[in-house]
Design a protein around this ligand. Sequence first.
Ligand code: PEP
Ligand code: MG
Length: 753
Amino acid sequence: MSDYFQTDSRKLLGRLREVMAEHALGQARLDRITQLIADSMRTEVCSVYLFRDAETLELCATEGLKAEAVHQTRMRLGEGLVGRVARTGQQINTADAPKEAGFRYMPETGEEIYSSFGGVPIQRLGETLGVLVVQSKTARKYSDDEIYALEVVAMVLAEMTELGAFIGDGAALTARHTKPVMFRGASGQEGSAEGHVWLHEPRVVITNPIADDPVRENERLHEAVDQLRVGVDAMLQGASDGDAEQLEVLEAYRMFANSKGWMRRMEEDIGRGLSAESAVEKEQNTARARMATVADQYLRERLHDLDDLSNRLLRILTGQGSQTGAELPSDPILVARNIGPAELLDYGRSLRGIVLEQGSVGSHAAIVARALAIPLVIHASNITTEALNGDHIMVDGDQGIAHLRPEDSIVSAFRDKIAMQAQAQERYASIRETPSITACGTHLSLQMNAGLMADLPSLESSGADGVGLFRTELQFLIRNQMPKRSELSALYSHVLDNAKGKRVVFRTLDIGSDKVLSYMKPNDEPNPALGWRAIRVGLDKPGVMRMQLQALLRAAKGRPLTVMFPFVAQYEEYRAACAEMDKALERERILGHPVPETLEIGAMLETPSLAFAPRAFFEEVQFLSIGGNDLKQFFFAADRENERVRRRYDTLNISFLTFLRQIVERCEETNTPLSFCGEDAGRPVEAVCLAAMGLRTLSMRPASIGPVKSLLMRVDLGVVRQVIDAAAARGDQSARHAVMEYLRTTPAAETQS
Ligand code: PEP
Ligand code: MG
């Protein structure tokens, strides 16, 4: 890079800054800028194209092309060279534009006389806002330096666009982040909510993209990077040795923070007139653009690390923490890339809804959102780039959709839906105390699933008969270190106090697979769902299990206690776990502690193998609970976390229902109490079919109890059973269609699923 050029580019940026400071309307500013660039680069044409909508680019200012084409000439994304730059995010530099693939000239602009074409994307945080183009008559390729300078200018233009510098009279120059956008993700927790955006990590706003003192900017950059390195080293020291994944991320941070190439590129950008902040962001943009094209998982993660590190550096440079002074709206909808369970619990019930760019149905955040009954949408790509604090937003957790800055028609349709849901809730509340007895007179016990203290109030408000599944691992998952026995004991005791004599089934620690404790050494297993998890871990490393059993026995303080072992695949595992319980009991007796008045011990039936266990097992086990989430994934060999296959097989598939019926019959033969506690128990149509197959106890999310009871009260299980049997006899793959048909034609039957 020549010194001459560096000075030139700095001069250009300096002049751009003057334009920014002038009191001019948006269009006038943009016109001045294109003039300046054309002048400074000694080229006849300079034009700025900005997105008018997601698919259309519009010529917004030009020096050199016909003035009447401004705001008239439009092209679709991918159309012509400009459209190609916008679509690919890659520059085009050619001496002979008409020969370039996809070239298409716009007659109204008079551009046919120009041979050379240089176009770069105008990007901010990986999002393309438009295209900056230079053209000239002489057939010449622009030098690398010139293209580089164009990129720098484009970056400044992007910052200015973000700051609203061009808003004003021009048709395409409306403020950004003002249009309605719909995000189609996936459902993490059902329910609908309306509110205003609260960004978990508000983005950094750069108000000084250009700087005229490169020496000072370089100093600022170096100071900030030094501070960043110290911070990363401190994080590394504080990280636990056992957590290989965390260490890998921090090592990557350190590698980037010490990367000479990264520093050199930022110094060069500063040399060209960018402020330290803009130089960091320019690198971040490049990383984001690469992230969008790289398929390799490892590389993507590292680019992600660089992105995070850039954000940290930007926060140091601008002094903008996550505290922006903004106040949490009264109806906050949390918008974030991702969030941990502990942070989510800090927000607690104040949130109306949550929208995440990442996450998964089984993630800890989703578990917490479910416990708090907050609608959650996951996989809403790019929402953190588009949403601003305070934006109006509607969250449809049932469909996995978020409407940002929705139009009036959406608002009214959505409000109707919320009102209908509220009406239904009122109806459910009115039957809270009514026992769930079907039209044919069968009594079912509806219980709730829980795991957090936040769940406890639901025991009363939902009308649940008890807690059919208390997932004890949630208390382990939301902490940064292993909880102590005394802590757990106090917690379980609190649960029993709140249950006021209702039965609570404590499931012992079910970790592994998708439930990974940050403070335990992770296992590198090719198939974690089939791997070392739940009772397998408990029996191989009994320390934690013993501690938990003791905590449970002490929490009971002589009251009745119910304990359930997860993921039992064979009789022997159940016996080994019971032997641990016997030892724990004996120890308590020796210590003179009170032991529970009654102690029930059961197992979860989550692997097909247990359904075929010897009769002696069914005789010995005090109760069984079908963990339908796991059982179904193993029955169909379809990962419950994998979006591609998760919904592929219907729970009402005749094979699965037949299998469930066999389990029911085996339990009937031995008088073994049986319940079902997977997610399907909370889906009304599924619940009716489970009841028709003979299940009499269903445990579900508290919010599902009303809808399930309401439907159960209207059906005749004998008829549903006949409908299912007829579907089986016909050879239907699933009973759903026939059952839905029956429900539709049954007077006043509700058919929500
Ligand atoms: C299940 O597998 O159905 C179950 C209730 O356990 P979890 O979802 O916690 O694995
Ligand atoms: Mg399970």
